[in-house]
Design a protein around this ligand. Structure first.
Ligand SMILES: Cc1ncc(COP(=O)(O)O)c(C=O)c1O
Length: 396
């Protein structure tokens, strides 16, 4: 017995990478630049706060976590996006703490995709390439995936003007990621305003994945909430997703949140009551402390800037290189990502993800990630320099 929808899904990209490289001899000890898992260590504040609240593990946590965590998140959003007075976040109705953003990005599809839309199978709009969770969420919710190519030609974000009337009629949910994984592109306020307006006009839920919002080079990326707060309809049809995985280098903490449309937040709370695994109270306390602290985040940003400076030095003269405005990935045009990943592994033991594994073929058979290699800059400076030097030796 199985749910046939699961069989529609590809192997996860990391399994495909293992299938590509296992059995092929690496040219040195393995350096993993495939996984976007920060390696710089967790902030001291995390352990200190957890230790103080350890007795909280003796209690069942509430579905929407603690009032203190929701308050810390609301205050952070207010500060980060300049929401004050009437615009300030409501900590009880507009915020839902989550076990990382992936939980919410997946479940939002289960929550909003109807059985039938426009008398046919509903569509979930997904940037191409994309974070794999969007595909799993859409498929398991019974939707068809509507690909929105995000290529160099579209500024690495989906071209919202290219969505045809049929797609918009059928769409129940649209994912947009900014700063984008894998390309690091950043949506500006005009782009966000257009996406919000489009979603509302066509009664689509807009899920903005902002989990890299705090990892930026020069300018903080604007957020969906700050744009929506000015529209007169506040957060209708909009939810944004944030995480401590990247901001606080704590992917194992499993702590993030969604915020936005109070109707969606309330319905999410109901879903969680049945099948959710709410954040344990000590984790909520540690998360609140991290959202209240900016010092460690400035250090994190400085670290990534330094790594991108190393990328400029080692790859700056290569045609397929650009320095992204956000996130911690390089998205290198190497001609054939899969062949390059294999050569790189054989040459140096560096493992990177072929871009094609993060994308699906478009209707015309092209894969918008196929030419690219994704390099996760998550290690210390010395290791990054070593890996990028190896990459530069193979790049034209
Ligand atoms: C674009 C994007 N969204 C969401 C996530 C999930 O992050 P988490 O569940 O750790 O918050 C990731 C993790 O790599 C990601 O790259």
């Amino acid at each position: 017995m199985t749910n046939a929808r699961l069989d529609e899904l590809n192997e996860y990209p990391f399994q495909r990478l293992r299938d590509l490289l296992d059995g092929v001899e690496g040219g040195g000890p393995m350096l993993n630049f495939a996984l976007g898992e920060p390696q710089i260590g967790v902030p001291a504040l995390l352990g200190e706060t957890l230790a103080k609240h350890v007795a909280g593990f003796g209690k069942y946590p509430a579905a929407n976590s603690t009032p203190d965590l929701r308050r810390a998140i609301a205050d952070w959003l207010d500060r980060r996006y300049g929401l004050d007075g009437d615009d300030a976040m409501n900590a009880d109705t507009e915020i839902m703490p989550l076990n990382g953003t992936r939980e919410g990005l997946y479940n939002i599809a289960q929550l909003v995709v109807p059985q039938v839309r426009a008398a046919t199978r509903p569509l979930v709009l997904v940037p191409n390439p994309f974070y794999q969770c969007y595909l799993g969420a859409a498929t398991m919710a019974g939707a068809e995936v509507g690909l929105m190519p995000a290529t160099a030609g579209t500024g690495f974000l989906p071209d919202l003007d290219a969505l045809d009337a049929e797609m918009l009629r059928r769409a129940a949910l649209m994912y947009v990621c900014t700063p984008a994984n894998p390309q690091g592109a950043m949506a500006d306020e005009a782009y966000l305003a257009k996406a919000i307006d489009l979603a509302r006009r066509h009664d689509i839920v807009l899920a903005l994945d902002e989990c890299y919002a705090e990892i930026y080079d020069e300018t903080p990326p604007p957020g969906g909430l700050q744009v929506a707060a000015r529209t007169g309809e506040r957060f209708r049809n909009l939810v944004v997703f944030h995480s401590l995985s990247k901001r606080s280098s704590s992917p194992g903490l499993r702590s993030g949140f969604m915020a936005g449309d109070p109707d969606l937040v309330a319905r999410y709370g109901k879903l969680r009551g049945y099948g959710g695994a709410p954040l344990p109270d000590p984790i909520a306390a540690a998360s609140a402390a991290l959202w209240r602290d900016e010092k460690h985040v400035e250090e994190v940003r400085a670290h990534y800037r330094h790594l991108f400076d190393i990328a400029d030095e080692t790859l700056g003269n290569k045609q397929g290189y650009f320095r992204p405005p956000g996130g911690f990935f390089l998205w290198l045009d190497v001609g054939d990502g899969e062949a390059f990943a294999k050569r790189l592994w054989q040459h140096s033991g560096v493992r990177c993800l072929p871009g094609g594994y993060l994308a699906r073929d478009e209707a015309d058979g092209t894969n918008p990630g196929a030419r690219f290699l994704r390099v996760a800059l998550v290690h210390d400076a010395g290791t990054v320099r070593q890996a990028l030097t190896a990459i530069s030796e193979l790049m034209e």
